[in-house]
Design a protein around this ligand. Structure first.
Ligand SMILES: [Fe+2]
Length: 259
């Protein structure tokens, strides 16, 4: 991957995405927000790669992983009018197909194109395929970290600017409410919780905190610390002994991953 190829792939991405604009030239609100998320993940992917001291070429590929990771969202939304994979298609698989069908990576070295395709394909899976090539694994894990960083960023920005009411989808349109003890137990046992156990906005926050057990790079924890993610999320959670214990537990975990 060189800078020319990197630029070419940026142009091809936006050429493809521009095809989803409304007749008046704008994107509909949900696609506009998705594009904002994509730009955030692109910047976060580059941040992680740089802070992990990856080579210049690896940083170029990492940035493209962020840019392309959700390319499947556009045709998913056009076809099904939803971002819910369970009600439509797996958007990682859809992104993989879109890139191939539109020949977006034509002319790019096969080794680079494979890394990018794997990162797009597997960025949203519960687990990575066991036989995923080592090189692909590094970039897919980085993409997964960057994706989570931007989701935390959107939530904490809404908390900081007191605009959560305008972004109710960030908490799955649920009121803050009480914590589900099943999710609390998972968090205290350093394991991932199930989305099907979410019953309140508090549960959404707790489940996102459980994601931290699946973070792959130290730089991701550093960014979460810099942006005061835990402190900001704790502001909207009920101040019960269980929640305080969860926050204390996760704070210790994050500190252990950094220092
Ligand atoms: Fe995604």
């Amino acid at each position: 991957m060189n800078k020319n190829e990197h630029e070419k792939l940026f142009i091809r991405f936006f050429d493809y995405v521009n095809g989803f604009r409304e007749p008046d030239g704008h994107f509909c609100k949900l696609l506009e927000e998705k594009l904002k998320h994509i730009k955030g993940v692109t910047a976060d992917a580059l941040f992680i790669a740089k802070n992990e001291n990856w080579s210049e070429e690896e940083c170029l590929i990492a940035e493209l992983c962020g840019l392309y990771h959700d390319i499947g969202r556009f045709s998913q939304y056009k076809e099904f009018k939803t971002f819910s994979d369970s009600k439509s298609v797996n958007h990682g698989q859809r992104g993989f197909d879109v890139i191939n069908d539109n020949k977006l990576f034509d002319g790019i070295a096969e080794s680079d194109s494979k890394i990018l395709l794997d990162a797009v394909h597997y960025h949203n899976g519960l687990e990575l395929p066991k036989d995923l090539a080592e090189e692909s694994k590094r970039f897919t894990n980085l993409t997964r970290d960057a994706d989570k960083l931007d989701i935390f960023y959107m939530l904490t920005e809404a908390i900081k600017t007191n605009t959560l009411d305008n972004h109710k989808d960030l908490l799955w349109n649920l009121p803050i409410g009480e914590a589900n003890p099943v999710i609390v137990e998972k968090l205290m046992n350093n394991t991932q919780a199930l989305y099907s156990d979410i019953k309140s906005g508090t549960d959404v926050c707790l489940i996102q905190l459980c994601w931290l057990y699946g973070i792959n790079y130290r730089s991701t924890f550093i960014k979460l610390k810099q942006t005061q993610t835990l402190e900001l999320i704790s502001l909207i959670m009920p101040q019960t002994p269980e929640i305080k214990a969860c926050l204390e537990h996760i704070n210790i975990f994050v500190n252990n991953c950094i220092y």
